[in-house]
Design a protein. Structure first.
Length: 148
């Protein structure tokens, strides 16, 4: 334990605190001393006990107001976190849906490509068959009407 000499309302006090907390204790006492002296200047000399009580009430009021603000911020953060999770979920749903659409488009593309290839082969066969028919027709015509 560490000991800290402080001055409060013109009186010296020796306070103990955990090692390493001396500076923090001094900061707290500066704040309390400022509040106490401000009240003493604003209210006059109404007695040390009453000034200490009013100072304590003000410090506690600040504490509870700060606590309320912290709780409100925690709620806001919780709401924001929930909205973020919801948004994240929507993003993943959208991503999954788009991946399904891409897979379907890829499949459709492949089917269309295969259909084009089949149509090309069918077209080439039709042309080949037509060429054979024309060739047979010309050959037959030449047999029936030999060139003189």
């Amino acid at each position: 334990m560490a000991n800290v000499n402080i001055k409060f309302n013109g009186k010296d006090f020796l306070l103990s605190c955990d090692d390493g907390q001396e500076e923090h204790l001094e900061e707290l006492l500066i704040h309390i001393n400022e509040k106490f002296n401000k009240l003493k200047n604003d209210l006059g000399n109404i007695g040390e006990n009453k000034l200490l009580l009013i100072t304590s009430v003000q410090v506690m009021d600040e504490y509870f107001e700060t606590k309320k603000k912290v709780e409100l911020k925690k709620e806001q953060l919780k709401d924001l976190s929930n909205k973020f999770r919801e948004l994240k979920s929507l993003v993943y749903e959208y991503k999954d849906k788009k991946e399904e659409e891409i897979a379907q488009l890829t499949q459709n593309h492949e089917e269309f490509k295969n259909e084009i290839e089949k149509n090309k082969q069918d077209y080439e066969k039709i042309i080949e068959d037509a060429a054979d028919e024309i060739e047979n027709f010309v050959a037959k015509a030449n047999l029936e009407n030999p060139v003189q």
